[in-house]
Design a protein. Structure first.
Length: 302
């Protein structure tokens, strides 16, 4: 069983490294979107395997909403410094001010929609022609529709009905002026694959992924960390729970799961037992509508 699992992880790793090198070969100004979450950390690890002892042929880029978990931001900065690669941070807060955008309202006011404006501005600022990200097909049905090389038009928009075929591991990076490509090297991985690979490669992660005590707000069966970004009401039920995070987004839209899993082996056991995807269980913003993610992607969201 162990040997088969390792063989399978080797195949996924080889495919991802091949995709990274295709990006380096086909594009002039790529970027790796890096948030300090487990998937983007896995991408950095794969990029190290693809390009060391040389430097990355792209910078790390984070579009910071201002509502991030501090554990993820600290890890982001420490990892970038440790590997000696350039980190570019652009803030949604600055975009809100320069473009006069309206802040979202409500109890869990998420800046995810506004994040698209900052991303597109950053792509234009640095003239990025390819942006590498850690999205996986098993996360959400809109992501399951997307190709590994996913073309965006000159307005940053995605048309799910007009995608290029990818036969025999051939990725077509040809684009017209103003267009760019989103690239997903771990598109074929599952959440379980990620954790098995993290265990095998001994990849360090932010503490937020492991069980810890945290003050949370109980909301519609979910546990949302209390923070300055959430508007508490008198009727809200606040408690301290033993939780961990399956995915790390904004504090305003990412729920924790109750867990006692303090190590990777226990996390893997939990994932095997669960019947819900990580986004389906923990992302409040995906519950806005059945097509919430697809609508955001069509408008330029990653």
């Amino acid at each position: 069983m162990g040997a088969k699992n390792f063989d399978y992880l080797d195949q996924l790793e080889s495919e991802a490294i091949h995709i990274f090198r295709e990006v380096a070969g086909q594009f002039e100004r790529p970027a790796l979107l890096f948030s300090g979450g487990k998937d983007s950390i896995t991408l950095v690890h794969l990029a190290l395997k693809a390009f060391r002892p040389g430097k990355f042929p792209f910078p790390l880029v984070h579009i910071d909403t201002g509502h991030n978990f501090p554990e993820a931001l600290q890890f982001r900065d420490e990892l970038a410094e440790k590997i000696g690669e350039k980190l570019i941070v652009r803030k949604v807060e600055d975009t809100i001010k320069t473009k006069g955008l309206a802040e979202p309202k409500g109890k869990f006011a998420s800046r995810n929609a506004l994040q698209t404006f900052t991303l597109l501005d950053t792509i234009e600022e640095f003239e990025f022609d390819a942006c590498i990200g850690g999205a996986r097909r098993d996360e959400e049905k809109a992501r399951a529709k997307e190709r590994i090389f996913s073309v965006r038009d000159e307005f940053g928009q995605w048309d799910p009905k007009r995608q290029r075929p990818e036969l025999w591991n051939i990725y077509n990076g040809k684009i017209n002026k103003g267009e760019n490509v989103r690239v997903f090297p771990i598109s074929n991985w599952t959440e379980l694959d990620i954790w098995n690979y993290i265990r095998r490669e001994k990849i360090d992660l932010p503490s937020i992924y492991f069980a810890h005590d945290r003050e949370v707000l109980e909301h519609e069966g979910q546990f949302v960390a209390t923070s300055e970004f959430i508007k508490l009401e008198e009727a809200d039920v606040i408690s301290t729970r033993r939780v961990r995070y399956r995915t790390v987004g904004d504090m305003t839209c990412t729920a924790a799961v109750e867990s006692s899993a303090s190590n990777i082996d226990d996390i893997i056991k939990e994932i095997i037992a669960t019947k819900t995807s990580e986004r389906g269980e923990t992302r409040i913003d995906d519950r806005v509508s059945e097509a919430a993610m697809e609508d955001r992607k069509k408008n330029g969201y990653f």
